[in-house]
Design a protein around this ligand. Sequence first.
Ligand code: GLC
Length: 574
Amino acid sequence: MKQFNVTLAIAVLATFSLKFCDAQNISDTARKWWKEAIIYQLYPRSFKDSDGDGIGDLKGITSKLDYLRSLGITAIWLNPIYSSPNDDNGYDVSDYRSIMKDFGTMADFDSLLSGMHRRGIKLVMDLVVNHSSDEHEWFKQSRSSRSNPYRNYYHWWNAENGKPPYRFSLFDINHDAWKYDSLTNAYYLHYFSKKQPDLNWENPKLRSEVYDIMKFWSKKGIDGFRLDAFQFAAKDTTWPSFPVGFEKNFVKYYAMQGNIHGYLREMNEQVLSKFDVMSVAEGAGNSFEDAHNLVDANRHELEIAYAFDAVDIAKQGGYSLLHLKEVFSRWDSAFAESGWLSVFLANHDQARLVSRFGNDSEPFRTLSSKMLTTFIMTMRGTAFYYNGDELGMTNAGFKNISDYKDMPLLNEYQHQQALHTDLNVFLQKAAFESRDNSRTPFQWDASANSGFTSGTPWLKINSNYKTINVASQQKDPNSPLNYFRRITALRASNPVLVYGKYEILDKTNPDVYAYTRELNNTRWLILLNFRAVPSTYSIPFGIASGTLMSCNYTKASLNGQLRPYEASVYKLTK
Ligand code: GLC
């Protein structure tokens, strides 16, 4: 073990000198901080509670900034922290310029931001402007009368014209996106819940309000925006009828409609180009063309998009590695020359990384979690990494509906109840894929409530917190946490892992993901076994002369074989 750590340390040191040489060969215009960033997604509600109300808050995050810095991450994407009635945990904003009471005050925000910047960590804010809360003043005004100046901030359909053409709502109990409001005898549109009415981007006044909000936060010195659900912002307001079953392909019928690119260019011109802020879109449309149209630099819209093809692959009962390899290779080749993507496999809308893509049973949890981390940190694109995955936190797998808090899940439960479907099947599926799985409180230590709160946590803590927590992993050099720190350092000091050309090897191997990354005179080889049993692979060169840069075992396997969930990273000698 010691021997390996020494080898690793030497290897890491060697890469520092390499950094300079690699970096020199990437043109200055191509290099961007947001390409090189390791973006840690932080779910504030569940990270650290400072005042004992059972809900994570900004002061809690500030108290953990040294921990965050120790991870080697360079930016944080913070889920929404604006005032909100919390129908959808902050994705229903009632005031875009104030902080949610549960999370603290603007003064808390200011000290969080300066504390992050002092430690060299950038802040990306979630911008939720496809919809607002129904408790936002705009909506209150809008619904009050048909002639109110805010009426056109939202989409209304007057009921004397009959029922509007069916639109599918992702979160509504009946999946009906039009909600009747008797006050003005009209329906309003909500693609998400009825408390999340969709904003009308065709209205220039609304757009200019949004740009002002963005300027407000940009002037505060934040470093970027993640545009929530933005591909759905522009609608075809001739409201055509869609074919039967269209809702199964929500993205096809709802994404990238109308003048979406016009709005993004306007946003870029008015805000993004005027401040040093990056922008990342949730979603990438229906095709590579859509995705390029969002992010190609010469179009002056956004900078990064994230596609869901890969994250959606993992299902209860397993998934095909060949499928995963195909998706990542396809997206990489489509963006090899222009545009930029993110690399991620988990976030607050998915269940836990290790439970979905790895193996959360002992003894494979730790190994498979490190293997997946290795994958994310060695692929081309901006690395997005979800909080808690650095510990290998697992699904909580709640069995009772009363343990769940996620609004769409609770609504769907009621929907299924009304349809008299087998609710046990529903609950089994939920235990595997519910969003609450990744939202359980952060596991800091083995004390009561995992050190997250001194009160009653808003969502049950995963029962495994006594074994999986920061305090115990700090002490163990081989813990997922310390492995994560080593691999972020490796990525940060080796531009080949960010910019290097990706080439898949042994493409049809159903068990092993093998690829190289190449930049100028540097070539790295990454070997990942996605199976709980030893697997073999075949590549067109030997690895004997390569330097082992990282491994989740104490030493790498022999040529051609990998142990269960082994992840080995080599720098090859040319
Ligand atoms: C995005 C968010 C998700 C939220 C939804 C509605 O998909 O990631 O958490 O529920 O938008 O705002």
